[in-house]
Ligand binder design. Structure first.
Ligand SMILES: *Cc1c(COP(=O)(O)O)cnc(C)c1O
Length: 236
């Protein structure tokens, strides 16, 4: 699928409208929802064009790709986040460059983010990724291990847990999606009500191109949208 500036303009406006409508349907406004663009495989000029339209959050999911585009993003007007699976040995390459790491699922990974952040004299915001579908080959902490992980993370310096992220299984029907989104919302609210020291539950990041309106209706306040904004990915 061709990726053109005018397609992105059209798509951006449409997504903003859909986000606003979904937010309104649950008593929120578009301002309550963070629209993050998943920018994998998208060249910097097209990303920057979306930023010129008003996009304020972008997320990469591969370290190498992020580094190769880093000097070209318009980061004066947008916040760069890391949303993909992160290997411990690559952490130091992105700490200090990204505003939020959405995919933390172990003490080991968090400790390395802490170590690299301390070195730079900064604190790095993170989300904990939950494997809400309990899928064998997916990253994320299992739901029943989340609380213990959060307790351990709360003791680690130079990181700040800001909420939760999930990538539910691919579902054929909206109804099935809802089940996972609802589970995530319940976990999010449950953890929030426990007021764990140094852990804030501000961000619930779930919902992608095919299901972001459903996710918002189920309580997401951050959605990560790639192909609906930039067109289908072409990996060749
Ligand atoms: C690619 C990606 C998305 C967006 O996927 P689309 O289906 O293209 O919207 C969201 N989250 C993560 C972690 C991704 O890697």
């Amino acid at each position: 699928m061709a990726r053109s500036f005018s397609d992105v303009e059209y798509n951006y406006a449409k997504i903003c409208e859909d986000i606003a409508a979904a937010a309104q349907s649950v008593g929120k406004t578009a301002d309550d929802i963070t629209f993050l663009a998943a920018t994998k495989t998208v060249d910097a000029p097209l990303i920057n064009h979306a930023i010129s339209l008003g996009l304020r959050y972008i997320g990469e999911n591969r370290v190498q790709e992020l580094l190769s585009k880093f000097d070209d993003y318009d980061l004066e007007h947008a916040s760069l986040q890391f949303i993909g699976h992160l290997q411990t040995n690559k952490v130091r390459q992105i700490v200090g460059k990204v505003d939020l790491i959405q995919s933390v699922d172990s003490v080991k990974l968090a400790s390395e983010i802490s170590r690299c952040s301390s070195k730079l004299g900064i604190t790095t915001d993170i989300l904990v990724e939950v494997n809400i579908g309990r899928e064998a080959n997916k990253s994320g902490v299992m739901p029943e291990q989340l609380e213990e992980l959060l307790a351990q993370l709360s003791e680690i310096e130079a990181i700040r847990v800001k909420g939760l992220m999930a990538i539910p299984p691919i579902c054929d029907f909206a109804q099935e999606n809802r089940k996972f989104f609802d589970k995530m919302r319940n976990i999010f609210l449950d953890i929030r009500s426990k007021n764990i020291d140094n852990i804030s539950m501000d961000i619930l990041s779930m919902g992608m191109s095919d299901d972001y309106t459903e996710a918002i209706k189920c309580g997401a306040n951050m959605v990560r949208i790639g192909s609906a904004l930039f067109g289908a990915r072409n990996y060749t």
